[in-house]
Write a protein that binds this ligand. Structure first.
Ligand code: PMT
Length: 414
């Protein structure tokens, strides 16, 4: 993502596959560019039976890529480099064949190879005959891709090129462009450039005696995914983590703590001069008042532990004068919205991500879903792998952060 002042220009790979709706794709390119995007068109071989690459070259101002084995093109930007360049991969139209290839993880041409190689979010605007769209195979592929975090835009219903009526028409370019710019799916590769971000992750351990402690089920996966996404978005990232067994994301500066008190101290040693603070750690609210220096014996029938409150790192950062933009998490099993809103206000946060604890979301799961609240708004980030969700959340935080800054000149954020 390139940033010109506050103007952000997302880098989009537009995949065009072989369907009659490809005639709408040059208009889509034009509209994306009008909104400030840089667009690299990638065509499949069958797309070229409907439109010539020179049409796309004329509207995008870039040479169209259409061949995995094009030595000249690969020499200027290899396909892996191109996959990394993209903030977003948008395939419009997406045929049943391409959807099937993506679901199967095939890499038979440049476009599907890029889709496999990229970390960027992928959006598909399907276009096909209504009977094809309704087939179980296509619907199962769609469900599978959605479960992996790929998002479908449409299709629309109506009269089709073949004369049929029903679902299968590609959305109009204007609707696709609006979805691209409104949905928090883009990974803005430089939107946090120059910002110092502190992220907490994992559980804490509150010692009872030399061999026992109080802890929780946090694996650190969500916090580490956020650290990786923030680093990829250009931030200088400090990750303060409780005990977990996850590799530190490349380029991230990690500090390890064990207890809630150490978490508090570690954050406060580093918070000065930071721009963003994201508290994803599951910090123990209570700790044993006394830590026994010897292992407690199994003698009495009952053992009562006196627990005292541990310091609240998040609330203390939110209280700082000229402190960072502060984002909390709220792990909840019930009344998720009410509890999250209450924490947002009570702790005086800029944003809070409500994390329902349940199947496929929350502690020690591979996937997660969040509802994110701020003073005048909220948004649902649908269930997706934690790495994908983290990119969406970082993008959303970046938008809210930019919006919170005093305006120097008319600004526009996506
Ligand atoms: O690590 P994973 O297995 O991937 O799971 C991710 C997660 C479920 C742990 C994560 O997404 C999440 O929801 N983290 C917050 C968990 C939590 O402890 O929520 P809470 O509602 O108890 O705390 C509210 C906020 O205050 C949190 O931002 C927490 O970091 C912060 N806090 C809480 C207590 C305390 N003493 N100090 C704090 O800073």
């Amino acid at each position: 993502m390139q940033k010109d002042g506050n103007q952000i220009s997302p880098r989009i790979i537009l995949g065009v596959t072989g369907g009659i709706a490809a005639y709408k794709s040059p208009d889509l390119v034009r509209r994306l560019i009008e909104r400030g995007a840089q667009v690299q068109v990638v065509m499949t071989q069958s797309a070229k039976t409907f439109l010539s690459p020179s049409t796309f070259q004329a509207v995008s101002g870039r040479r169209v890529r259409d061949d995995l084995w094009d030595e000249a093109a690969e020499a200027s930007m290899g396909h892996i480099e191109l996959a990394r360049w993209a903030d977003l991969v948008l395939i419009a139209p997406a045929t049943a064949h391409t959807i099937g290839s993506l679901a199967a993880g095939l890499a038979g041409d440049l476009l599907t190879t890029l889709a496999l190689a990229t970390d960027a979010p992928i959006l598909l605007a399907p276009a096909m005959n209504q009977a094809m769209w309704s087939k179980k195979a296509v619907q199962e592929n769609r469900t599978l891709l959605e479960s992996r975090g790929i998002r479908f835009l449409g299709p629309a219903e109506g009269e089709q090129a073949c004369g049929d009526q029903g679902p299968g028409r590609m959305l109009e370019p204007i609707d696709i462009v609006n979805a691209v710019f409104e949905a928090p799916v883009q990974l803005p590769s430089e939107v946090l450039k120059g910002l110092r971000v502190i992220i907490t992750a994992g559980p804490t351990r509150e010692p009872i005696d030399p061999v026992r402690y109080i802890t929780n089920r946090s694996s650190g996966k969500m916090g580490f995914a956020l650290a990786a996404a923030a680093q990829q978005a250009g931030a200088d990232v400090i990750l303060i983590s409780g005990p977990v067994s996850i590799k530190t994301p490349a380029g991230v500066n990690r500090f390890e703590v064990e207890t809630a008190k150490e978490m508090y101290e570690s954050v406060h040693q580093r918070v000065d001069g930071s721009d963003l603070f994201i508290a994803c750690a599951a910090v123990s609210d209570y700790r044993p008042e006394i830590e026994s220096s010897e292992k407690l014996k199994r003698s009495a029938k009952n053992l009562n532990l006196e627990l005292v409150r541990s310091p609240d790192t998040l609330a203390s950062v939110a209280e700082l004068q000229n402190g960072p933009f502060t984002v909390g998490f709220a792990a909840e099993t019930q009344n998720v919205t009410e509890n999250a809103r209450m924490k947002l206000i009570k702790k005086n946060l800029d944003m809070i991500a409500a994390n329902r604890v349940g199947p496929e979301c929350g502690f020690d799961q591979e996937t997660n879903s969040l509802r994110v609240f701020w003073k005048n708004g909220d948004i649902e980030l649908e269930n997706a792998p934690k790495s994908v969700l983290a990119k969406r959340l970082i993008n959303l935080i970046a938008k809210r952060y930019v919006a919170s800054q005093p305006k120097q000149s008319p600004s526009q954020v996506i």
